[in-house]
Design a binder for this molecule. Structure first.
Ligand code: SAM
Length: 322
């Protein structure tokens, strides 16, 4: 592989929600001094621009719980080669941050919502849907567009809400993306295949009401198959890591909060970079990135060969950076 298109940066393993499939009860937090500083993250991003990096997504844990996250947004936006800085958030405190994030230069927002029913939302997350809705309204007020809503569809839990999400997208002018649940670590439950709702069924149900969805061009990481409801210009995306993997040619990397490069969600393979960022020379960092490119190519080939199996992934999404 000779370039990096996209880096997802987890800035913390802490979260202000407790989604039952994502967050174990006994999660041990990383010591503060082990977490990469904003300067260290920026140093890595800058070094990666030499290999084509233009897009960065800030995630977590919950990125908005890390103090002064706007500072990191600004530092990344100040790198001339970086033309897109996005954030994935649960939006619980977005109402408070929307203006300052916009002023810092944040380009795009993805917001995770797994239910539009306040009671079910609380059961899944132990948080309040009303805070998220407030966050979306503020984000719209400050000009974030598009805002993408990410909903993990879980069999027997929220599978009947797909049409509600579509209506919500139409009403609020949001792009909606449905995601199949992946076998990552263990939250408060263990993953099993019965929890996965194959999204082609969801798409069929949407088409029964809104007519044929039309394939669309959408800015993003390429993991979603995106369609449009022509009548409303509403975009609907489907991320199908289980029923229909879409990994060929992936040049996406993840940086964990404690400073390791994770090559792929489907394996536990990580390569630590913290010590190089803290104590190494520019040349060592450059050699590290070249090595990562080779390893990513090898990892892509292995994943393809294993027919896109998830090998044992001990980390839950909240500690990977979703
Ligand atoms: N706190 C932020 C948020 O809620 O968007 C960012 C981190 S969160 C881990 C990112 C996304 O990962 C959320 O949309 C969450 O639903 C999703 N996620 C967590 N575990 C997952 C799994 N096993 N399969 C699919 N998506 C998962």
């Amino acid at each position: 592989m000779d370039n990096i298109s996209y880096l997802r940066v987890s800035v913390t393993d802490k979260c202000n929600l407790k989604c039952y499939y994502c967050r174990p009860d006994n999660l041990e937090f990383i010591d503060k001094e082990e977490i990469l500083s904003y300067e260290e993250i920026t140093k890595l991003v800058k070094a990666m621009t030499k290999y084509g990096l233009q897009k960065v997504r800030i995630t977590g844990g919950e990125p908005l719980v890390r103090p002064e996250i706007e500072k990191l947004v600004k530092m990344l936006k100040d790198i001339p080669e970086i033309n897109d800085v996005a954030m994935t958030t649960n939006a619980i405190t977005l109402a408070k941050h929307a203006k300052s994030l916009r002023e810092a230069g944040l380009d795009r927002l993805n917001i995770s919502i797994d239910s539009l029913k306040p009671d079910l939302f609380y059961q899944i997350t132990k948080g309040h849907l009303s805070d998220v809705i407030e966050g979306i309204k503020e984000a719209k007020k400050y000009g974030f567009d598009p805002i993408k809503i990410n909903a993990v569809i879980i069999n027997g839990v929220n599978e009947n809400e797909a049409l509600d999400f579509v209506k919500f997208g139409i009403d609020y002018g949001l792009e909606v993306r449905f995601i199949e649940m992946m076998p990552l670590g263990q939250g408060q439950i263990s993953w099993d295949l019965n929890m996965v709702k194959p999204l082609d069924k969801v798409k069929e149900n949407i088409e029964k009401v809104y007519g044929k969805l039309v394939p669309s061009e959408s800015i993003g990481s390429g993991a979603a198959r995106v369609y449009e409801i022509p009548e409303f210009k509403t975009k609907i995306g489907f991320i199908t890591p289980i029923s229909n993997p879409f990994c060929d040619g992936c040049s996406k990397l993840r940086l964990t909060a404690e400073g390791s490069i994770k090559l792929c969600l489907r394996t536990d393979e990580e390569i630590p970079v913290k010590d190089i960022l803290r104590y190494g020379s520019e040349e060592e960092l450059d050699n590290f990135i070249k090595m990562v490119l080779v390893e990513k190519e090898r990892s892509n080939a292995n994943i393809q060969e294993s027919n896109y199996q998830f090998s044992e992934c001990r980390r839950v999404m909240t500690s990977i950076g979703g």
